[in-house]
Design a protein around this ligand. Structure first.
Ligand code: SF4
Length: 447
C-alpha cells in the first residue's frame, strides 16, 4: 500500500536533487557508494545499488504503518502517539519479565535507548544475532577474533574462501565490489585472485567460483578440524571426511599455507549447522594456525545492515554482545538462557517490545504460540507479520532513509547513515519513540 501523504506541505513541487555516497541500509555490506535521485521528497532512482538495494530505497513508502494503533477488544484502533506510548509504558511496567528484541535493522542511537530501557525495567535485551551469528560471538569469545577489513581484502587477498555463505544471493555486490575489483597489490583479480566455495549444495556463488568443495551436511567441524590437522603437519589414517578425500584436503591445506593473503568469509551454513559455535571456534583456530605460515583473516557475512552494530553497541554498553539480562540490576549474559527464542519458548517473557524486526515471521512455532498470548509492542516502519498480532503498533522512520544515525559494516567499520527524505507526517525515529516511552515510564514509576 502506498502512503499518500506526499508531497508534504511546504515542500517545493520542483524540488530535485542527487544525493551521493549514501550507505545502503539493506545488508551487512553497507555499500556506501549509492547515489539517489530525489524528486519532491521521493526517491526516484537508485544508482549503483543491487536489486535488493533498489527495492529497499524505491519502495520505502510501500506497506507502511501510517499511525500509532492500540488493540481494543481485539481490533487495532488508531490512537495518538501519546496514547500509544502510555499504553506501551503501562504494559512494560506491569510485566514481570519484559523482553526487548530486534535492533539489527535500525541505527546505533536506538540501541542506546533500548539498553537504557532494559536496565530501567530490569528486563532482557537481545538482538537478532541470537538466531544468526551469535554463535560467531561465542566462538570468538573462546578463541579470539582474527577479523580483517573489506578494504584490505580488496587490496591484498589472493585467495577468498566462502564457507556456508552464498553472497551472490544474499549480498549481491560483495563479490563485484570487493573481490572482482583491482586493488593496490592485486591488479588483475579475475586472474590472480581465486574464489573457493565450501557448501553443502551448489549455489549461485559456487557456480562462479574457481573451486567448489561440496561437503556433507553437518560435517563442517570435522572437515575444518582435518584441514587444521593437515596444516599442522599431522598424518591422517582415514580416507575421507565430510565427503572429501584426504588427498584433496591435503592439497587444500597446502594451498591455504602458500597464498600471500587469504580471507575466510563465513555464513549461517557454518554458524547454524550442527556444531554451531564449535564450528566457528574450529575455523578461528584454523585461521590462527595458518597465520604461522602466511596472512589470513576471517569475516562473518552479516545479514541485516546493522546486526554487527547491535553486537558492538551491546558490548560497549552492557559488556556482552547479545542475550543480556538486567533482572538483578546489572547485566548478565547467558545465550540459551536469556536469548529471545529460549525465553519465549520457556514462556518466561510476559511482554515483548520489538524494535525493527519481525520475530513472529521468523521464530519457531512453539515460540510463536507463546507470542500470540502476550502483549507485543511493535516499533517498525512497515507492516509485517508481527504488526498483525501486536497489541501496540508505533510506526517509525526508516533509519538511513528518513533519519540519520550510525551503523557498523560486517567488518566492524562504522558508517554514518544519511537522512535522504522526510518521513511521513507525524512519524519519528524509533530512538525518539523509545525516549518517549522512557520518559513516560520514569514519570509513572518516579525512577
Ligand atoms: S550488496 Fe547489500 S549493501 Fe550493497 S547495495 Fe546490495 S543490498 Fe545494499
Amino acid at each position: 500500500m502506498i502512503c499518500c501523504i506526499y508531497p508534504r506541505e511546504g515542500f517545493s513541487i520542483s524540488s530535485k536533487k542527487t544525493v551521493k555516497n549514501v550507505p545502503c541500509v539493506f545488508c551487512g555490506c553497507l555499500c556506501d557508494d549509492i547515489a539517489l535521485e530525489v524528486e519532491n521528497n521521493r526517491i526516484v532512482k537508485n544508482i549503483n545499488g543491487c536489486s535488493l538495494s533498489k527495492s529497499k530505497f524505491l519502495n520505502h513508502l510501500e506497506d507502511r504503518l501510517l499511525g500509532p494503533a492500540v488493540r481494543i477488544n481485539g481490533i487495532l484502533v488508531e490512537v495518538s502517539l501519546e496514547k500509544a506510548v502510555a499504553h506501551a509504558a503501562e504494559a512494560l511496567t506491569s510485566a514481570r519479565r519484559p523482553l526487548i528484541y530486534g535492533l539489527s535493522s535500525t541505527e546505533n542511537d536506538t540501541h542506546q535507548e533500548a539498553y537504557y530501557l532494559a536496565e530501567l525495567l530490569g528486563g532482557v535485551v537481545d538482538n537478532t544475532s541470537s538466531v544468526c551469528h551469535g554463535t560467531s560471538m561465542i566462538g570468538s569469545q573462546e578463541s579470539g577474533d582474527p577479523l580483517g577489513s573489506l578494504a584490505e581484502v580488496r587490496h591484498r587477498a589472493d585467495l577468498v574462501v566462502y564457507w556456508g555463505s552464498n553472497p551472490q544471493f544474499a549480498h549481491p555486490r560483495h563479490i563485484s565490489r570487493y573481490i572482482r575489483q583491482p586493488g593496490e597489490y592485486m591488479q588483475n583479480p579475475k586472474k590472480d585472485r581465486k574464489i573457493w566455495v565450501f557448501d553443502v549444495r551448489s549455489t549461485a556463488t559456487s557456480r562462479i567460483a574457481d573451486e567448489f568443495f561440496q561437503i556433507e551436511p553437518g560435517t563442517d567441524l570435522e572437515v575444518i578440524s582435518v584441514i587444521r590437522a593437515l596444516v599442522r603437519g599431522h598424518e591422517m589414517d582415514i580416507d575421507r571426511v565430510g565427503g572429501l578425500a584426504i588427498e584433496d584436503l591435503a592439497k587444500i591445506s597446502e594451498a591455504m599455507k602458500s597464498v600471500r593473503y587469504g580471507v575466510f568469509f563465513y555464513g549461517l551454513g557454518l554458524t547454524q549447522s550442527k556444531g554451531q559455535h564449535r564450528n566457528v571456534d574450529a575455523a578461528i583456530r584454523l585461521i590462527q594456525d595458518l597465520n604461522s605460515f602466511t596472512k589470513w583473516v576471517m569475516i562473518p557475512m552479516r545479514g541485516h545492515f546493522n546486526v554487527a552494530g547491535a553486537n558492538e553497541t551491546s558490548t560497549w554498553q552492557t559488556g556482552y554482545p547479545f542475550a543480556v539480562d538486567y533482572s538483578r540490576g546489572y547485566p548478565r549474559y547467558q545465550p540459551g538462557e536469556y536469548s529471545a527464542v529460549d525465553l519465549i519458548r520457556r514462556r518466561e517473557t510476559d511482554v515483548l517490545l520489538n524494535v525493527a524486526a519481525d520475530p513472529v515471521a521468523h521464530f519457531p512455532r512453539d515460540a510463536l504460540e507463546h507470542l500470540k498470548r502476550i502483549p507485543i509492542i511493535n516499533l517498525d516502519p512497515k507492516r509485517n507479520v508481527t504488526s498483525l498480532i501486536a497489541e501496540v503498533n508505533i510506526p517509525t522512520a526508516i533509519a538511513g532513509i528518513e533519519c540519520d544515525g550510525a551503523a557498523v559494516r560486517m567488518d566492524g567499520l562504522p558508517l554514518y547513515l544519511r537522512k535522504i527524505v522526510e518521513p511521513p507526517e507525524g512519524i519519528i525515529p524509533d530512538r525518539d519513540v523509545l525516549k518517549l516511552i522512557i520518559a513516560r515510564l520514569r514519570m509513572v514509576t518516579k525512577r
